[in-house]
Design a protein around this ligand. Structure first.
Ligand code: SDX
Length: 393
């Protein structure tokens, strides 16, 4: 059964969940969603069918996929009162803060969605979250730049709708570029799940107290925000820009990392599980080249990233520590070429990861006898002692 077991069968410090959703092999660089290799899904699938697969366990038939897509289309609009939450945020609020706040607030609009054992309600909350997160994300961007919100349109596909809500302005329509649509759809697939990463484990832990799905996903968004996790894609771009500002001097940056100066890290490198290569990084690196050339954009930061990767992979410091490019190393360059500011990069990660979070929450809730998560600890504090009145201290 799923649940928290320790790998060594005892009080080991590596606790492991059991789950049937995603398989990854860190040594061999293997990643499969419900048994399907990520390479095949990224190449031939779509994000919505991948979301369906993760949540339901099987790839959808034609009818199931069109029904899933139609359900989502019907729920993309936000309640007008939800829009008012954005009025309260300061202009420079980070979009991840807006995302987690608004998602948590959604639960107040769907009071009947709080019973995690009501399958009908959980399905409706699943559809509402998949449908509304792109709208919430686009509105966060519009708030940041002081532009009017653009309503979703039902005649557009999932990614097209998000791009238009993000970039269209009343003065002119946003020209939907199929290269951008297919690249973003592929990136969402590659981010859709990754077994027990920090944010997914957060969603499971919060959900294990029988908190509703909106509250659990909001917690996952907050966990993803951290620069060691999903926030790394924004940190990579900031790292590349700082190297560029130093005249593209990759060597001196690498030396700073090796000397651990001010705790600086090679962002977008390293992984808790992948100790060879991250299969997603290979696909994204190729996509970065394709998108930039298809958009007719060259980006000096891509050249710096390639130099940085080559330098690190030929340096024992990194290879001995099994530090290789992870999913975040190249994504930011693609998002930038698409027109997104760095503050939106982790929001895009959240859009991709949403179906994985929902799938894990649902698996955990549906597990017979699933119990509240309650990690134990090894006490390292002082032994018992008696209270001393303040005058005698
Ligand atoms: C994601 O879990 C997931 O699956 C996450 C994710 C997902 O899909 O959900 O894959 C997405 O979060 C990818 C990771 C994005 N984060 C970054 O790119 C931030 C930079 N990376 C590091 O912070 C780090 O590699 C972690 C957090 C990703 C993993 O950390 P670990 O496995 O705990 O490694 P560690 O901190 O124990 O480091 C081991 C050694 C240390 O050196 P020593 O003390 O042995 O001398 O490697 C060094 C670390 O200092 N090290 C790095 C480094 N990562 C680890 N040194 C320089 N640059 C780095 N990036």
């Amino acid at each position: 059964q799923t649940g928290l077991v320790t790998l060594d069968g005892g009080f080991g410090n590596t606790a492991a969940y059991k789950s049937a959703i995603t398989f990854l092999d860190g040594e061999k660089g293997i990643l499969r969603y419900r048994g399907y290799p990520i390479e095949q899904l990224a190449e031939r699938g779509s994000f919505l069918e991948t979301a369906y697969l993760l949540i339901n366990g099987e790839l959808p038939t034609v009818d199931q996929l069109s029904g899933f897509r139609d359900d989502i289309t019907q729920h993309t609009l936000l309640h007008e009162d939800v829009k008012r939450f954005y009025d309260g945020f300061p202009r420079d609020a980070h979009p991840m803060a807006m995302l987690s706040s608004v998602v948590s607030a959604l639960s107040t609009f769907y009071q009947d969605s709080h019973n995690p054992f009501d399958e009908k309600q959980v399905h409706l909350s699943t559809i509402r979250l998949l449908a509304k997160l792109p709208t919430i994300a686009a509105y966060a961007y519009k708030k940041a730049i002081g532009h009017p919100f653009v309503y979703p349109r039902n005649d557009l596909g999932y990614v097209e709708n998000f791009l238009r809500m993000t970039f269209a302005v009343p003065a002119e329509e946003y020209e939907i570029n199929p290269v951008v649509v297919s690249a973003l759809d592929k990136l969402l697939i590659l981010h859709a799940d990754h077994e027990q990463n920090c944010s997914t484990s957060t969603v499971r832990l919060v959900g294990s107290s029988q908190a509703n799905l909106f509250a659990s996903i909001s917690a996952g968004i907050s966990a993803l925000w951290g620069p060691l996790h999903g926030g790394a894609n924004q940190a990579v771009l900031e790292m590349l820009e700082s190297i560029q500002a130093q005249g593209g001097d990759v060597d001196s940056f690498v030396n700073k990392v090796k000397n651990k100066e001010d705790g600086v890290k090679l962002m977008g490198f390293g992984h808790r599980v992948y100790k060879s290569f991250d299969p997603r990084a290979k696909i994204i690196k190729a996509a970065a080249h394709d998108v930039l050339s298809a958009l007719g954009k060259s980006d000096e930061l891509l050249d710096i990233a390639l130099k940085l990767e080559e330098r690190a992979l030929s340096d024992d410091y990194f290879t001995e520590r099994k530090l290789y490019p992870n999913v975040d190393f190249y994504t930011g360059l693609i998002y930038r070429a698409m027109g997104f500011p760095t503050t939106m990069f982790t929001v895009l990660f959240a859009l991709g990861r949403l179906p994985g979070w929902i799938a894990h929450w649902t698996e955990m809730i549906r597990e017979p006898g699933s119990r509240i998560g309650r990690p134990r600890q090894i006490y390292t504090g002082v032994e018992i002692r008696d209270y001393v009145p303040v005058e005698e201290r």
